[in-house]
Design a protein around this ligand. Structure first.
Ligand SMILES: Nc1ncnc2c1ncn2[C@@H]1O[C@H](COP(=O)(O)OP(=O)(O)OP(=O)(O)O)[C@@H](O)[C@H]1O
Length: 251
């Protein structure tokens, strides 16, 4: 069951002149799966450039909700529009504009591949069908841009670095989450989904992840849909347009 979205930011009422319409609009959204109601009666408006933080205990339905908003799961009731596209009818269009960072069990990184192999693979996915390859220079250029972004979004702390030849199996948790975000951003999506920030065990890593996500958004109109079980690590400000949605476990 969901409780109404709470908006800590006083300015959550966006200026309509700057915001043509919410990126996510849900009314009475419901998902039933496996003989249970995962969530129901959910109303939500997420403006462009905002961050939605879905918070709740294990099995509350956070991943399911994010995947539903990303056009990857079919809601069983209510109304849902993402980027102006009704779901599930226009799920294909939504999927092209809403990118997932690593979601365990859905698009897991391959432990046996290196950082640069993952980047090359993702670049190829975004190439036209008649030119399905990338050069080593293009991969290196993408990695260089990534390092610049990481330095810029480090939030005053030391930047994460991604080493081209490192295997995913050897990445630290924050580096792995970072790689997932980097890969998601290759296609320049309008919306980025980051599930389960609490998979980072170290408080310092979670803080850096939230800070970096906020900094990323300052560079454009990226809307972030994220989830966690404990939001106490989020460096909340009163003016950063974050929307907090609590999900409770429901049988
Ligand atoms: N396709 C499905 N088939 C059956 N049950 C499902 C399906 N999708 C979701 N569920 C149910 O929804 C519940 C919520 O799962 P979900 O992964 O969304 O929760 P969560 O809040 O992300 O949990 P966690 O923090 O543990 O990952 C699961 O316990 C499962 O029972």
């Amino acid at each position: 069951m969901s409780t109404p979205a709470e908006t800590p930011a006083e300015n959550s009422a966006q200026n309509p002149a700057q915001t043509p319409g919410p990126v996510v609009r849900a009314r009475g959204l419901e998902l039933r799966a496996g003989g249970r109601t995962v969530f129901s009666g959910l109303d939500l408006d997420v403006p462009a450039g905002a961050t939605l933080v879905v918070r709740g205990p294990a099995s509350a339905g956070k991943t399911s909700l994010l995947l539903t908003l990303a056009g990857r799961m079919r809601p069983t009731g209510g109304e849902l529009t993402v980027l102006g596209e009704p779901l599930p009818a226009r799920a294909g269009r939504v999927r092209r504009r809403v990118a997932l960072a690593e979601v365990r069990g859905v698009n897991e990184l391959d432990d046996a591949l290196t950082v640069e192999q993952h980047i090359a693979e993702r670049l190829v996915l975004h190439r036209p069908w008649h030119r399905p390859w990338v050069t080593a220079e293009e991969v290196a250029e993408q990695l260089r841009r990534v390092q610049e972004d990481l330095a810029r979004t480090a939030g005053g702390g030391p930047a994460s670095t991604l080493r081209a030849r490192e295997f995913v199996s050897d990445l630290q948790p924050l580096e792995r989450l970072t790689l997932g975000v980097v890969l998601a951003l290759v296609g320049r999506p309008d919306v980025l989904v980051v599930d389960d920030v609490d998979s980072l065990r170290r408080t310092e890593d979670r803080r850096r992840a939230w800070t970096s996500l906020a900094a990323l958004q300052e560079t454009g109109d990226l809307t972030v849909l994220a989830s966690c079980s404990d939001s106490s690590d989020i460096p909340w400000r009163t003016d950063d347009g974050r929307i907090l949605l609590d999900l409770q476990d429901e049988q």
